[in-house]
Every structure is written in structure tokens, then in C-alpha cells.
Design a binder for this molecule. Structure first.
Ligand SMILES: [Zn+2]
Ligand SMILES: [Zn+2]
Length: 129
């Protein structure tokens, strides 16, 4: 399968392969959403190349990620489909220590991050240490 044939789950346009901290990820040019394989996101979080300025750090801490419970109770969302296998992705806690929910393929193909979420996750990971 062609690597660049993945489509944005929101816009149905082809994602562009970009390099983020040395890892190849797929990005939608319209919404800035990112498709990352689990290996890529782990590698990105380990590297910590990027230094965030104070403003980014503060807005990230203030940013309310949709919590899992909120999704269940209030937010009616249509499940996005995995870009690899087409199955519904599930909102899932990012990790035990980082209590945010992201779209994840339960078969482990990857995760979908909305614009800026990758920065925010990195700030939270770094802050948590
Ligand atoms: Zn998009
Ligand atoms: Zn999948």
C-alpha cells in the first residue's frame, strides 16, 4: 500500500508525510491533524529535542483535553476510522500518567492527534518528570 494514500479522517484529503523531530508522521494540510504510528510517537516523546517557550508550556497546561468521561457523557462524536485498517478508533487514555484521551486504533496501528496536541502531550510528558 502506498504510504501517502492515507486520508484525513475529517477532510478526506491525502495526508502529507512530514518529519517531526526526526520521525516521519502524516499531516493533514487543512486541519493540522497528525497520524502517528505508536513507534513514532514513543520515539518523539523520548527525544525531547524541542524546547518549548513559556507561552506554549502555559497554554498547554491550561488546555483542557477532552477527558474520557466527558466524551461518554456529553460529547457525541463519530468514531474516526483507523487510517490503516479502517476500523473505528477508540478514545483512549494516552497513558497512565497522562490523563488525556486520544483516538487510537485498538489493533495498534497508530493514533490521531488534533493540531497542537503533539506539542501539548510533549509539554505534559516533560512536566511530569
Ligand atoms: Zn484534516
Ligand atoms: Zn488499525
Amino acid at each position: 500500500m502506498n504510504k501517502n494514500s492515507k486520508l484525513c479522517p475529517e477532510h478526506n484529503i491525502c495526508l502529507q508525510t512530514i518529519e517531526y523531530e526526526g520521525e516521519l508522521v502524516e499531516q493533514c494540510a487543512l486541519c493540522g491533524g497528525l497520524w502517528c504510528s505508536l513507534n513514532s510517537i514513543e520515539a518523539i516523546l523520548k527525544k525531547r529535542i524541542q524546547k518549548f517557550d513559556k507561552e506554549t508550556i502555559q497554554t498547554s497546561k491550561d488546555y483542557n483535553f477532552p477527558s474520557l468521561q466527558l466524551d461518554m457523557k456529553k460529547v457525541k462524536f463519530e468514531a474516526r476510522k483507523c487510517l490503516e485498517c479502517g476500523e473505528d478508533m477508540k478514545k483512549h487514555d494516552f497513558s497512565k500518567s497522562i490523563n488525556i484521551s486520544i483516538d487510537r486504533c485498538l489493533k495498534g496501528h497508530g493514533i490521531w492527534l488534533d493540531k497542537d496536541e503533539i506539542d501539548r502531550i510533549q509539554v505534559l510528558v516533560e512536566d511530569g518528570k
